[in-house]
Design a binder for this molecule. Structure first.
Ligand SMILES: *Cc1c(COP(=O)(O)O)cnc(C)c1O
Length: 381
């Protein structure tokens, strides 16, 4: 089956009692035991729930894995992956990553004696120089956040395998429509399902997919023991979102390319960071690694300082001022004061997240309307 067929048919069984085309939402917290002490498929909803299970089945199929797990948020999924680590171990993570992941690694995992080194993962030499005897995990995001840097996942996976490291890719920006990390040799994919998978800014969720059943079982054990599971209602919404994932991502990617081209020729705009532009340092790699689109996230610098960028993000109308991304409505934000405020400022500047940087999540509106909205806001600077 093709991707969009799987998105509609895998994990979406018709209801056997009524014939309902859409499976019902199972809100029950507990399930009647057929026999005391005898294991059965469902016994308690933290351990397993049919509605959550349907979403897990679909996302596992779309990522090309064997096991999917759904979480209460993207951070709960990421946290579960870091719980594979033990005190004294070390993680290498990209410099261009989600602000909340930076905070998880530096401020929470550090309390359990886990250390982290950030490296520019677009150059594999930087991985080599960050490696320590106690390194156990490599954490990647591509396109990166907020600079849209592109990391070669197949090469990074090969390097990590050779050094006995587990590899994790946060695939929130690319989505399995454009990149399927497991097929490139990556061990664990995590998602904020809040973004493209849900796609409508109306749920909070996370997902994880692996292609190794034993690793999946270890992660399930941790998830069940710590409890950060997705609710039945959010699972239903996430499943519904997946059905249109491919169409949304392809169309939004096309619009993002148009918006990027418009910004690139604007005299009051500095750098435009979008892997679909030929002058982006990751363009060639993205063309190979991302299938049929470059995603719908882009960043650019306005001429001026923090205040100018702040004024811009506050003056668009269709692009709403909000963190988050990946939904049908376009959003605009300033990484330095919003999505990446949880970075230490020195690290932000070191990694190129400047004060005048603006990040866009291009939605499903008509691209001409979006460009007009930006034109008006930029002309008022
Ligand atoms: C939003 C986001 C997360 C965190 O997900 P939540 O659902 O907000 O917990 C992780 N990674 C990326 C790339 C994100 O955009």
């Amino acid at each position: 089956m093709h991707f969009r067929t799987k998105a509609i048919h895998v994990g979406n069984p018709t209801d056997s009692t009524t014939g309902a085309v859409v499976p019902p939402i199972y809100v029950a917290s507990t399930f009647v035991m057929q026999e005391a002490g005898k294991p059965q498929e469902y016994d308690y909803s933290r351990s397993g729930n049919p509605t959550r299970g349907n979403f897990e089945t679909t996302i596992a199929a779309l990522e090309g894995g064997v096991r999917g797990l759904a979480f209460a948020s993207g951070m709960a999924a990421s946290h579960c992956a870091t719980m594979l680590l033990e005190s004294g171990q070390h993680v290498i993570a990209g410099t261009d990553i989600y602000g909340g992941t930076y905070r998880l690694l530096h401020k929470i995992c550090s309390r359990s004696g886990i250390s982290v080194t950030l490296a520019d993962t677009t150059n594999l030499d930087n991985l080599e120089s960050s490696l320590r005897p106690e390194t156990r995990m490599l954490w990647l995001e591509t396109p990166g956040n907020p600079l849209m840097s592109i990391t070669d996942l197949a090469a990074a996976a090969r390097w990590a395998k050779a050094h006995g490291l587990l590899t994790v890719v946060d695939n929130t920006f690319a989505t399995p429509v454009l990149t399927r990390p497991l097929e490139l040799g990556i061990d664990i994919v995590v998602h904020s399902a809040t973004k493209y998978l849900g796609g409508h800014s109306d749920l909070l969720g996370g997902a994880m997919v692996v292609s190794d059943a034993e690793l999946g079982q270890r992660l399930y054990y941790t998830q069940n023991a710590t409890g950060g599971v997705m609710s039945p209602w959010d699972s239903f919404l996430a499943s519904r979102g997946l059905k249109t994932l491919e169409l949304r991502v392809r169309e939004q990617s096309r619009s993002a390319l148009e918006v990027a081209k418009y910004l690139a020729q604007h005299p009051r705009v500095g750098r435009v960071l979008y892997p679909g532009l030929p002058d982006h340092p990751g363009h060639e790699l993205a063309t190979k690694q991302m299938q049929g689109g470059y995603g719908a996230m882009l960043s650019f610098e306005v001429q001026g300082d923090l205040a100018q960028a702040k004024r811009l993000v506050e003056s668009t109308h269709l692009f709403r001022l909000a963190v988050s991304l990946g939904a049908v409505e376009s959003l605009i934000e300033q990484p330095a004061t919003m999505s990446h405020a949880s970075y230490d400022r020195a690290d932000r500047l070191k990694f190129g997240i400047t004060d005048s940087l603006v990040r866009l999540s291009v939605g499903l509106e008509h691209p001409e309307d979006l460009i007009q909205d930006l034109e008006l806001a930029i002309s008022q600077l």
